[in-house]
Design a protein around this ligand. Sequence first.
Ligand SMILES: [Zn+2]
Ligand SMILES: [Zn+2]
Length: 380
Amino acid sequence: MAAKRDYYEILGVTKDADAAAIKSAYKKQAIKFHPDKNPGDKGAEEKFKEAAEAYGVLSDQTKKAQYDRFGHAGMNGGGGFGGSGGGGAQGFSNFEDIFSSFGDIFGGGGGGGRQQRRSGPPRGSDLQIQLTLTLKEIATGVTKKIQLKRHGKCKTCDGAGGTGKQTCATCAGQGQVRRVQNSFFGQVVNVTTCPDCNGQGQQIKTPCKDCHGQGRVQEEVMIPIEIPAGVEEGQYLTMRGEGHRGPNGGGAGDLIVVLHEAKDAHFERHGLDLHSEAVIPFTTAALGGTIRVPTLDGEVELKIPAGTPSEKLMRLRGKGLPELHGGVEGHLYVKVRVHVPEKLGKREEELLKELQALTDEAAKKGSDKGTGKSKMFFCL
Ligand SMILES: [Zn+2]
Ligand SMILES: [Zn+2]
């Protein structure tokens, strides 16, 4: 697939364009490249779909925010995500949605092809779930099996809703109902899709007993959700077609998986880096030594150099989190805290007193030698 164009560029708006500007820019594009105006022109059709996809994202506050932060990479959780729906199919379900929500911007009635697209059975609604991951799962990526309750295809009638067809009585087979409304601008004829046949103009003669003609029933399914390594709090994945199935054979909505990060007992996350703390005895700080510290993939040894001051940050290269979609890896920073014992054993006290005497002597000698620091000390 060729590199995707920037959604703002497609619609010809700037990043700070408001909802109204985005909508009007999309209308312009949609009218210009509409298939009915450009019959058989593949280029125009592509542009039309491209604009629809861009509008699908930029008109949805959550999706827009995601796109602004992560670009195309953020849109479906990264490359191979998004269930079975490839680029084309995905563009099309968006396009139908937007088309129907725009109602009559192309001037209601007329144009057979257009009418059919507009009057298809509605797509099912999206499902949203929240998923909390541990830092360890975020570091490696993980596949989670999730139990979902949703509207699925009725198995008894294979989604057909029943057998036989008859003309819809509500719309007399037109698929649309017209209503005259009084508005601020005067009388407006409002044409909407017939609610009883969902624009099909026909109804099922003998509805299926299990789904009452809807073609869908409640189902409980287990879905594996593959989460790539390096995700962050608040990011989400879109699994195309894993949401509710629409009534009367309408397509399925999407499953939106919102990701959360569980609090960790050891580590605090700062972007790709992790921060933790380790307490070391003051003798180790002075003499140097090796301690064991936890990382996301088990304990490792950390060398403490002699003369390590308290609060010193030690870095464990590459022991942080990977960047989403690979490449860069963060580090683990361990803040070393020097522990001073509150109570001393007899022998410890003796040794420390001896040490104190030595330190005092060294300080005096130091002052005789005249190193800048100790001189200052004694002057004060
Ligand atoms: Zn009808
Ligand atoms: Zn059924």
